[in-house]
Design a protein around this ligand. Sequence first.
Ligand code: HSE
Length: 436
Amino acid sequence: MEPVKVGLLGLGTVGGGTATVLRRNAQEIARRAGREIVIDYAAALDTSRAAGLGLTNVRLTNNVMDIVQDPAIDIVVELIGGYTVARDMVMRAIANGKHVVTANKALIALHGNEIFAAAQAKGVMIAFEAAVAGGIPVIKALREGLAANRIEWLSGIINGTSNFILTEMRDHGRSFDDVLAEAQRRGYAEADPTFDVGGIDAAHKLTILSSIAFGIPLQFNKTYIEGITRISAEDVAYASKLGYRIKHLGMARRTDKGIEQRVHPTLIPERRLIANVDGVMNAVLVKGDAVGPTLFYGAGAGSEPTASAVVADIIDVVRTMTTDPTYRVPHLAFQAGQLVDTPILPIEEVETSFYLRMQAEDRPGVLAEVTKILGDREISIEAFLQQEPKANESQATIIMLTHKVREGNMNEAIQAIERLDSICGEVTRIRMETLG
Ligand code: HSE
């Protein structure tokens, strides 16, 4: 079967990430989608980045119009941002019968109602997972995974730049301007960073989430917007002394009188999970009547995290193009016939770090015997703690944390340690994961 041809509008932070992820994971993506997916045409004001992104056999242009008018292109991926040219290009792509994937929250929040109506009339898809909370698949979760629920409220940290600034102010006492400049350098901030710190970017995203949660048209102009520009380092410190964190929060809540749709700085008790979402990370807490509270967490900005959502949307579109609609989403995610026989590792082959606890005679040379056994099996000790024997006891408790080691090696080491005369009873072992 012919590959599906993608036209990429924009080769900036997210466009670059999309090209990289599509190329790096091409094989697995084809197994999931049912067709090979290739970038056939890319547009950018400066196309010199293309070669560095591996787009060597790709047609290039400075004019986005070339792509939306090209009959060979099946899916237009709009990553130019803004709402004038982007709106025009998306509407033309729809008119030309092309599916559209976009990361453009401003476009969807302001013009989504019109765009969706046009797409429905033409029978094409508009996919916009990357528009909200970067790589977190929260739109899919709300539309599909939580579809049984009456959503009561949702609350989110949905602007990575603001969260990064507040976190750095709290943890390192850095100035607002200094941290904002770093967010811009790292590619988190919007082209106009007042959209981030003024709350507009978060309001775009909240408007989209609220519509999906409550089944209402997109109404950006009714969203209450307050940014973080008036938050001082003092506020952050006082809130902290009182046991709170200041977060820029988007809140959408169903009430008897109507829907609350607001973004503003908010004190949250520091024991709440969402209060501990720091740096550029995003999180969305959704309360459904059946499921209760659910929390979705991940990178809300950045090249590959956002590309993760863009590429997932491309795969979704390709599945609708190529697969029997009954099996649009394969049961095991990969297309039937594409499951592979990769072995499941026996536990002895798994590598983790370990916590070890043992009771040892408190006399010279015992520790040397234990560490020799570990060293002979290439097991490196990361931390060590010895608890003094209690009164009238001759045994000390030894705790060790190891670096990563193959479990088989650890089993041998533990058996050898337990055979030592100086070690009493069994060695307690607990596997450790840093989950970093
Ligand atoms: N400027 C946005 C943010 C990028 O900081 O979260 C992702 O939408």
